[in-house]
Write a protein that binds this ligand. Structure first.
Ligand code: F3S
Length: 408
């Protein structure tokens, strides 16, 4: 491949991968089961990203393993109604075309593991998108480094990744014990992003082992916790004894383990973390946004129940981000009509952070997402409030947030 025997595109992809492998001291390449690429949103990858996608497509490259696509930089169906500038849309559509030519699976989501790119435990992958990486490693027991844009595409094209980091057994051990000292029965949905936010800040890029998480923790709770952990820190793998697959090894030696560090998270820290996730305390809110990572059908169902018979305040936009697939299910289940009747809107195949939400001039954003709370001020250029989905709905109805009524 490196010698060019399989064409220029494969040679170029292999050159990229061998360089990365050299930097990280990889001794060999390994075959991967799938790739997931973030070379999808114009807002972040910009003109250079468009050119790279097109270059590979023009050279005749094709993904040789299933390669799913992260969200696009705008709602691909409703971009005109959303007043996305024409020149921006034109560049985004060039990425769409190039990725289609390369054979990318057009799910346009950061939750590929819920939409057909479902790895088996122990499988090696080449994924980027930090929230998906931490889910694949931790919850599914697959193995991927937190790759970057371009490297993820190159891996999909050659079906290989350099073997280093989290592909190696010895680098998957938990290092820091985090004891969650909150009664597990009292942990609510809105606690999980805050736990993730706290842990990410404390452990940076180390591998935490979390105790105190109930065995019946849901997929969505893990999805939302991991996304926050991978945003406030750069965590790519965590273990939860009794829950995540690789924690079995820890279970056996749990009492005897020597930890590099032991952290405690009690109710006080949890509350402090939720406060830290907000840049303001109260006031008018003109943008309520959820679905980071993309909302599942269960989260949409819950939201529809809360919005039934209610009306969103006229000053406030309430945008819910999900996949085209979940949107279709929501329509068939009758959730979409309830949500739309309230004045809220479901947007698909993009999100509040990778589309140009800054063009609307929103002042204050409220979200139930730890990742969105972390990146919101920078990317949406707004003040940020974090709250439960109940808080988000109430805020959208009132057009303002009152901390004393918060359901934290
Ligand atoms: Fe997904 Fe966008 Fe959040 S890509 S994890 S919804 S920042």
């Amino acid at each position: 491949m490196l010698a060019g025997e399989r064409g220029e595109a494969v040679q170029l992809a292999m050159e990229i991968l061998t360089r990365v492998g050299d930097v990280y001291g990889a001794e060999k390449m390994i075959e991967i089961a799938s790739a997931h690429t973030v070379m999808t949103y114009y807002r972040i990858i910009m003109g250079a990203g468009v050119e790279i996608c097109e270059k590979f497509a023009e050279l005749g490259a094709r993904y040789c393993v299933p390669t799913t696509l992260d969200p696009a930089g705008m709602d691909l169906k409703q971009w005109r109604e959303l007043k996305i500038p024409e020149d921006y849309a034109e560049r985004q559509m060039r990425i769409v075309k190039a990725q289609e030519k390369l054979g990318g699976i057009p799910i346009w989501t950061c939750t590929p593991y819920l939409h057909g790119n479902i790895p088996m435990p122990g499988q090696d992958l080449a994924w980027s998108e930090s929230s998906a990486v931490v889910f694949a490693n931790s919850v599914m027991g697959a193995r991927t480094n937190r790759l970057t844009a371009v490297v993820d595409m190159a891996a999909g094209i050659v079906g290989r990744a350099p073997k280093f980091g989290l592909h190696l057994d010895e680098n998957r051990q938990g290092k820091i014990l985090v004891r969650i000292n909150v009664k597990s029965k009292t942990l609510a949905d809105s606690d999980y992003p805050a736990i993730g936010y706290f842990v990410g800040k404390q452990v940076a890029d180390e591998i935490p082992v979390l105790t105190g998480v109930p065995r019946n923790v849901s997929t969505d709770q893990l999805k939302n916790m991991g996304a926050a952990m991978a945003a406030s820190g750069s965590v790519a793998l965590y273990h939860i004894p009794g829950v995540t697959p690789e924690a079995r090894n820890i279970d056996k030696n749990f009492q005897k383990r020597k930890w590099d560090e032991v952290l405690d998270l009690d109710l006080k820290e949890l509350k402090q973390t939720k406060e830290e996730m907000c840049t303001v305390n109260s006031g008018e809110v003109d943008f309520v946004t959820v679905g980071c990572p993309h909302y599942s059908i269960e989260e949409i169902r819950k939201l529809a129940t809360l919005l039934e018979g209610k009306k969103i305040h006229k000053r406030t936009k309430f945008w819910i981000y999900t996949t085209r697939h979940v949107e279709m299910l929501a329509k068939r289940a009758g959730y979409s009509s309830i949500i739309e009747a309230s004045g809220a809107q479901i947007l698909t195949e993009t999100c509040m952070l990778v589309s140009p939400t800054d063009i609307y001039g929103f002042k204050t954003l409220m979200t139930d997402s730890g990742k969105c709370a972390y990146y919101g001020p920078g990317l949406c250029k707004t003040e940020v409030l974090y709250g439960s989905i109940e808080d988000c709905v109430e805020t959208a109805i009132n057009g303002s947030y009152n901390k004393s009524k918060s359901q934290w």
